[in-house]
Ligand binder design. Structure first.
Ligand code: URA
Length: 224
């Protein structure tokens, strides 16, 4: 049987042969998780130290605070949103504004306490005017998310909105195709649902979101 190291050697050889210096987009995130050879960080504090003063992308010019994430280091369940908004940028904490209040209610609906889950975003700095993060910003920030996942090793991830779903699952499929299924990255189950900010704007999608949350809850109980 081929070991991880055999696979890695083959893959590196392949990359070298075709002259690629960065990983291809398709499946990039999962490969990134697997191929990041640096040892997993020892603590969230270590990641916080690394990200301090980050200038890897242009968002550093307009941010107030970096929003790394919050929650227990041994959380079974991780939520991944898109990027901090205005309130999060000011406070340095994820999902504390209106969308965050709705996220709290969504958690309440399935009897999960916010304090027991880890909450973060694909991009750790606020895009100006809350625009969608751009591909170069996502790419620059992905190593931090990979480190958070490698350290926490949640059993289950719930992505919130299209950007998080497409980034984590390394796909361009629409949310409608990704919802209602159990995905997997690096042995971690992934459930996809709508972003709370989207649900604030289009409340008629809340019923579908509740179905996603019920699926999430079932898996959470099984994996806990
Ligand atoms: N929207 C997000 O995607 N993340 C936050 O932290 C807040 C709003």
């Amino acid at each position: 049987m081929r070991t991880f190291w055999d696979e890695l050697a083959l893959y590196l050889e392949y990359l070298k042969a075709i002259g690629v210096k960065t990983l291809p987009k398709k499946k990039a995130f999962e490969r990134f998780l697997k191929l990041d050879l640096s040892p997993p960080p020892k603590s969230l504090a270590e990641i916080a130290k690394e990200i301090e003063g980050c200038t890897r992308c242009k968002l550093h010019r307009t941010r107030t605070n970096i929003v790394l994430g919050e929650g227990p280091e041994n959380a079974t369940l991780m939520f991944i949103g898109e990027a901090p908004g205005r309130d999060e940028d000011l406070e340095g904490r994820p999902f504390v504004g209106r969308a965050g209040k709705l996220l709290d209610q969504m958690l309440g609906a399935i009897n999960i306490r916010r304090a027991e889950v880890y909450i973060t975003n694909v991009v750790k700095c606020r895009p100006p005017g809350n625009r969608t993060p751009e591909p170069d910003e996502i790419e620059a920030c992905l190593p931090y998310l990979a480190k958070q996942i490698k350290l926490i090793r949640p059993r289950l991830i719930c992505t919130l909105g299209l950007v998080a779903a497409q980034t984590v699952l390394a796909t361009t499929q629409p949310l409608s195709r990704l919802r209602g299924k159990i995905h997997e990255i690096d042995g971690i189950k992934v459930v996809v649902t709508y972003h709370p900010a989207f649900l604030l704007r289009y409340p008629s999608y809340k019923a579908q979101a509740l179905e996603d949350l019920k699926l999430l809850k079932r898996l959470y109980e099984e994996l806990k």
